[in-house]
Design a protein around this ligand. Sequence first.
Ligand code: TYC
Length: 265
Amino acid sequence: MATCLISAGRLRNLRRTTTARHSYCSSLTCGRQNVNGVDLYYEKTGTGKHAVVLLPGALVVGWDPRGYGLSRPPDRDFPLDFFENDARDAVDLMRTLGFVKFSLLGWSDGGIAALIAAAKNPALINKMVIWGSNAFVSQQDLDIYKAVCDVSTWSTRMRAPMEEVYGAEVFAKTWEAWVNGIEQFAHRPQGNICIDLLPLIRCPTLIIHGEKDPIVPSCHPYFLLKHIRGSRLHLMPDGKHNLHLRFPEEFNNLVEDFLQERQND
Ligand code: TYC
């Protein structure tokens, strides 16, 4: 199976740092596509039949969701339906680019958007891999958001790549807006982001989680495993939130094997 990836920004590392069994793309094209009123930036590579879209986490660029990376303007905002918007944009981008059916790879916030996209478009989604994602916001999560809200307390290593893309001031403001945006879900019963949608997911789903993830506690992958029919959980003992960057070979092999597996049903 050759795979067609749509990705940008930091998730380029998936290809750059990989020593996985297949070398990824020979060719890379990038472009902007107007989707739902916004010019979305994307990169595309590969020629295979199995299309895959990569959905990045907050403020990390993949296909660039509206308001992130090179899909600006508009400025990013975080209304209560921001994950729904990202899910719809990702699906509509793929469809506008001519893909009939595709798989979703979503990291962190991108995984939340992937969950929503899969639940709402079961006929379009082939398979899904998500890592570092959550379907609700707990008190423990709120405590963590509070601890990471002020980016001036972050290490330079963490902050610098973001500041390079957004500028220091915009990054600090947007991150604070993200924290306020995600905290809104805590006011809903069970801190619901997309709990009610999980039973609607029909595609084979692989959940990956780093056991040392300091910002997304392990209750989240177990909750997803319980509520997504037929899903599988792979724990990486030394993985943190950025497990795909830290362990690219293990991660890529895991994802490739899952995407290539034949489905029984
Ligand atoms: N969800 C964020 C992302 O998409 C990561 C994150 C999770 C940040 C939890 C803070 O407390 C946090 N990159």
